[in-house]
Design a protein around this ligand. Sequence first.
Ligand code: FES
Ligand code: FES
Length: 173
Amino acid sequence: MHAVTLHVNGSTHRVVIDPVASLLRVLRDELGLTGTKEGCGTGYCGACTVLVEELPVNSCLYFAVDADHKRVTTIEGLSQDGSLSHVQQAFVDNGGLQCGYCTPGMILTTQALLDDDPDPSSEHIRASLSGNLCRCTGYQSIVKSVHAAAKAKNESEAPKKAVRGRTRVRSRA
Ligand code: FES
Ligand code: FES
């Protein structure tokens, strides 16, 4: 057995685990974070996607010991003060989910995409989500949801950028 320290959704957890345990199993079975789903279990479907150091990984293939002392974000970590994140709300508003099984992985991959590219093209969205399979939606509504999430995120950040810009000008004067 092996002791690891995981920083999950802003909380630190020390757990003693089997050295070959997947991050998926530790999140679900040890930490009770069942929002992360298991689909294929072989790295094919993306249902188990979480963020490690802000990058998407298939947690079914990722050894939990490799996440030692790293930041992990699961779907439970996106909402703040009881409100859905921009990405979560956009998926709800635009029909980006049906059964919801693929949705946590889709949303976390989208979160990482928008952190990297605030205004992705449809082609970039489809390429970024190519490792996340959905049996229900046909993907059109997912792409629409990602565009809506990008717009909402950019609009919410625009006032902050304007304030920062004004602050910079003032400090130079
Ligand atoms: S359950 Fe991990 S990729 Fe399918
Ligand atoms: S919403 Fe059912 S698998 Fe995607």
